[in-house]
Design a protein around this ligand. Sequence first.
Ligand SMILES: [Zn+2]
Length: 418
Amino acid sequence: MSEQQEEQSEDRKKYEFRKLIEELKEYSGSGTQLVTIYIPPDRQISDVVAHVTQEHSEASNIKSKQTRTNVQDALTSIKDRLRYYDTFPPENGMVLFSGAVDSGGGQTKMVTEVLENPPQPVESFRYHCDSEFLTEPLEHMLADKGLYGLIVLDRREANVGWLKGKRVEPVKSASSLVPGKQRKGGQSAQRFARLRLEAIDNFYQEVAGMANDLFVAKRHELDGILVGGPSPTKDEFLDGDYLHHELQDKVLGKFDVSYTDESGLSDLVDAGSEALSEAELMQDKDDMNEFFSELQGGGLATYGFEPTRQNLVMGSVDRLLLSEDLRKDVVVYECENGHEEYEVVDRRASTPSHDCTDCDATVAADDGEREDVIDFLMEIADQRGTDTHFISTDFEKGEQLLTAFGGIAGLLRYDTGI
Ligand SMILES: [Zn+2]
């Protein structure tokens, strides 16, 4: 897969996860009977099965017969699913949900979902039994965006690492042989100063080498680099062009931090939080600025379901812009005369019947095929080689995409007049 395709499917995967989480959050059980299990990548499946078996036998002590049966059914269903895995879970771990949920009118239905490879590795094993599914850890993973490089240094010590979402990952460290300011007896002041400067220069080169080794290979995925430390070290380091030139362009800012050990990396993330949230929205902001400027004069913009769909089918859309918070379905109607038309409806609304605008034939609600509007549009986009960008609603123009343009827009390759 190309990098672009990878990013695309990553976005799509996140959207699928978000949708699933929203579904799971709506469920509730009449008792403490909904089971959620988070399995980190290094946890053996056999351990998990043993844990589930143990919980199953302990559940026999539950007083309410109904709840007891429901919990045991959920655990059995989870055990069945675990059979499909070998020694370890997939790369980023997995999350299992199972339980009898209220389905209205005093009825329940059994729901079992397995979510493999969440966007970030599952950090710790969790067994959770409650009247609701435990979705917060997953929600946190999805809220976190971006990949950033972190460098903290003073003249004695340096640490280099990643910020992945909200997770700080220290990777490499170095300590210097830069002598202190106090020279030893017998050394000339000049010679001492020169040796000291050389040692500092060597150390900066070593730190830059570590950063280059780590970051250059990932420079296309990297959303930015933060540099921290006391003054004037971090300034000398940045001004001295030690970093690879492509990395220099990625530096979001330099920040004062007191520690340059691993804990300094976390301090750096705190100190740079504003620059980070700016950077997270940068791509989205660029897209929306372009959209508005095309709307006002360039002519290379389209919006709303039907015009965007038509442009997509023609292959004229360069980038499809979808609001992250768009939650609608599209109903595809085909009338008796073979005219195909679409209607966008609220996810919770029932399917309406439809009057064909071509021939006035009425299509019954049951004859409409209903699908998530994002899946529908992305599928055409994928076929036509169009990029899809999900746009956050955390800034004004992103909010406007959802409220004023139905959450759907496109930047065009050429003006189609649609
Ligand atoms: Zn018709």
